[in-house]
Design a protein around this ligand. Structure first.
Ligand SMILES: [Zn+2]
Length: 465
């Protein structure tokens, strides 16, 4: 007996090369059978798909789900958008672990621990043993590895290089938001990041965000960075499709704490002070994130200013991205047909910009990407990057993670994660969730049924070594 049967959908699975009308049967948390005429009587729940696109569950490889950037609303917001698996890019991993069962809306979740001078590091040039300790703690807590928040909270170039080396040595996932104490979160920072990664492996976060025109015009910046990425097989990356960024409104001693926030103010012609930020918010330049119902939305103007004055440690979103960088990162391919930037990411979650399905399908509608391209960038490649070997395809035996897509409306209409219906027509109905951890997660964590061990040897960062 199958638990769920999807009848008469069009199965699009670029990994196995399938694109045809097919019934999909689920048993427990696995794809149990694919066929042309599976008996509706053989399943507890049978759903008529009527020619809808059945895609392997959409994976968002870069989101924020903790109080460090946005709060816990992102679980609901991701589920509502049709995502089935997401990787939190800041942690704390312990916060994810503690809240995910009650908040996860049925999603599969992995997390990286941000390493931050003055928080979990002594300063911008931590010793190797300090780095080792924070990596081991992330893995022990159930994380996949660490993230260097260079753009926001930089390390010295030398310490950045060592952090990448130590993560590689420990086979911990390492993501890097470019920027150090000597270079910003811009083209120079991104080129420096490529140098600092060297022959190690790393995930260079949101490529488009380094091409906002700080050094040259955005088009030249994105082309220059693409040339570097084309030849760097050891670097994986993503780019996002939203025009707005995500940063923090927190001010210390009269000025924004984050380098990114200060740079955004500069771009908008505002003073890089708390006063300048207040003016910018009042003028409607950045949106201030605030909870409405179960989701966060962006508010602008006077209302936003009041919220920021009450507590400045709120997420802000500035409209600072370059459309040409967004588009080129989304669609550009290498000579061999693979994407220069292998994944689409929202960098959303709790930040209100969970638009990879909506805007990604718009690119499909405009024929800038094929539907297969879209699924490669939002499911096949993200699964490979992180070593989620049972995801990214709907072959028999794979995880029952499915996103049903409406190409005309550019949205997901239904999603299933771990064999559980989690969203139908925008209504979130999933509960519980699965934390994706490594074999190094502490026993108490990994022995529970709702934890799944990922073998980092299978992640793209380390599978070739
Ligand atoms: Zn981020």
């Amino acid at each position: 007996m199958y638990s769920i049967l999807l009848k008469n959908g069009i199965l699009v699975d670029p990994f196995s090369g399938t694109k045809q009308k097919m019934d999909v049967a689920i048993e427990g948390n696995r794809i149990a059978a694919l066929g042309n005429d599976i008996d509706p009587g053989s399943a507890g729940i049978t759903l008529e798909m009527d020619g809808s696109i059945i895609a392997p569950g959409i994976i968002d490889p870069h989101v924020h789900l903790t109080r460090r950037l946005g709060g816990h609303e992102g679980f609901y917001m991701l589920a509502q958008a049709g995502i089935t698996t997401a990787v939190d890019f800041a942690g704390p991993v312990s916060e994810i672990r503690n809240c995910f069962q009650t908040e996860a809306c049925g999603l599969n979740i992995a997390s990286l621990e941000a390493i931050i001078p003055g928080d979990n590091l002594s300063g911008s040039a931590p010793s190797n043993s300090e780095l080792e300790e924070v990596i081991q703690k992330s893995l022990h807590d159930g994380g996949l590895g660490i993230k260097i928040m260079g753009g926001h909270y930089p390390l010295t170039p030398e310490a950045t290089k060592r952090a990448i080396e130590v993560a590689n040595k420990n086979k911990a996932y390492i993501a890097f938001h470019a920027g150090t104490t000597t270079k910003g979160s811009n083209l120079e920072g991104a080129l420096q990041a490529v140098e600092l990664i060297g022959n190690n492996s790393a995930h260079l976060a949101h490529i488009n965000s380094y091409c906002r025109g700080a050094i040259k015009i955005p088009l030249e910046e994105v082309l220059e960075l693409h040339e570097k990425l084309k030849i760097k097989k050891n670097i994986v990356s993503g780019s996002y499709l939203a025009m707005v960024n995500g940063t923090s409104g927190k001010c210390v001693e009269g000025r924004p704490e984050s380098n990114v926030t200060r740079r955004c103010l500069e771009m908008g012609g505002y003073e890089q002070t708390a006063r300048g930020l207040e003016k910018a918010i009042l003028k409607g330049f950045p949106g201030v994130s605030i909870r409405r119902g179960r989701a966060n939305i962006l508010l602008y103007g006077d209302e936003a200013r009041k919220i920021w004055l009450e507590d400045d440690n709120v997420p802000l979103s500035f409209p600072v991205n370059s459309p040409e960088a967004i588009l080129l990162c989304a669609i550009s391919k290498k000579e061999d047909g693979s994407f220069i930037v292998p994944s689409l990411v929202s960098d959303g979650g709790s930040i209100a910009r969970n638009c990879i399905i909506e805007k990604g399908l718009m690119l499909v509608k405009m024929k800038y990407l094929t539907l297969e391209d879209f699924i490669i960038k939002t499911s096949v490649n993200p699964a490979r990057m992180f070593g989620f070997t049972s995801k990214g395809s709907l072959k028999e035996g794979m995880d029952a993670d499915i996103t049903v897509l409406d190409l005309d409306a550019c949205k997901a209409t239904m999603s299933i994660a771990g064999g559980q219906l989690i969203m139908m027509e925008g209504r979130v109905i999933g509960s519980g969730g699965t934390l994706l951890t490594t074999t190094k997660a502490s026993d108490t964590h990994r022995q529970k049924r709702d934890f799944r061990k990922i073998d980092m040897d299978q992640s793209f960062l380390y599978s070739k070594k």
